[in-house]
Write a protein that binds this ligand. Sequence first.
Ligand code: NAD
Ligand code: IPM
Ligand code: MN
Length: 356
Amino acid sequence: METLKIAAIPGDGIGPEVIAEGIKVLEKAAQLDGRVQFEFTYFPWGCEYYLEHGRMMDQDGIDQLKKFDAIYLGAVGYPGVPDHISLWDLLLRIRKSFDQYVNIRPIQLLNGAPCPLKNGSKQKIDMLFIRENSEGEYSGAGDWLFKGKPEEVVLQTGVFSRKGTERIIRYAFETAKESGKTVTSISKANALNYSMVFWDEVFEEVSKEYPEIQTYSYLVDAAAMHMITDPERFEVVVTSNLFGDILTDLGAALAGGMGLAAGANINPEREYPSMFEPVHGSAPDIAGKGIANPLAAVWSASQMFDFFGYNDLGEKLLQAIEKLLEENEVLTPDLGGNASTSEVGDRVTEILCELI
Ligand code: NAD
Ligand code: IPM
Ligand code: MN
């Protein structure tokens, strides 16, 4: 039996609440299946840790994490610690240190999930966002000039390297090749006259290597509109770090809300551990109430199974989520129910027992 060593970083706010359910589901699925088992090690890193120790994670935290097969993270950021400190010192540090340059975020409307669109359906809303996750607008490079003075100017630089741009676009094409889907690039070359012109050129170049794949290219503003009016046109979507961040929250809204939005931060070369985490944040407005929807965390766990080659188990987890939504009985308040976070986790594991 294979043993997978997972670093669990529950983090802040609802992070620990949803990660507890995700781990419950992962362990149940593994136990029912019998081919794999998990060994979880918990790291208490986050904003509380920062208030006590003056840092978000141990100084050698990245070295500690290197030993693991994967990382399962809840959410980072909480009032009391400035967001740019908490996120750059933990979540973004991990993504960058482990070169998790592919952020895979499915925007897939499951049966039973609420959709704000009049004609929204499972057939129409089925996208796979491949978000560049290592550079671009999140280069972290910038400068503050004349801080606090009337002349104050702040610069923040976007960095788009050939290596970084090419590899994310190629990853999108390889993904589409496997599934026979189209690839859409979302950029903004009309206004960002260096970085996005370059992005478009690289997209054009790489697309020539895949003549059998149909491609589309949209400006980000128009793409946001099309995602609402005609979501069907998007299949595999590749975009920059910031555009991917914004559009995947929009996509989450199309596919049932933040409580159902899953993500995987992948280092495809497997030189470093990859990280699985829901798209949502720490949700301070509902934290501690036991009503956070754990399904995004469970869906991210399903992506973890896929990553390790247990695609059948990943699929079973997704089926269990869909069955729970279709039953329409045990749902958290964001989906119109009155169940608690752990009741939803329990029901998913019960359904899994019927499926595996
Ligand atoms: P958020 O995603 O935490 O919350 C946005 C809204 O969605 C809130 O109304 C919240 O209640 C709701 N929501 C989110 N997840 C939910 C769930 N599982 N079930 C039910 N409702 C859910 O975004 P925010 O409020 O902008 O950010 C809060 C904090 O989280 C900030 O510090 C932010 O920087 C951080 N953040 C972290 C991550 C991450 O760790 N990956 C992602 C986004 C935001
Ligand atoms: C996400 C989050 C992060 C991002 C923040 C918290 C830095 O919004 O994972 O979508 O922008 O990548
Ligand atoms: Mn985001």
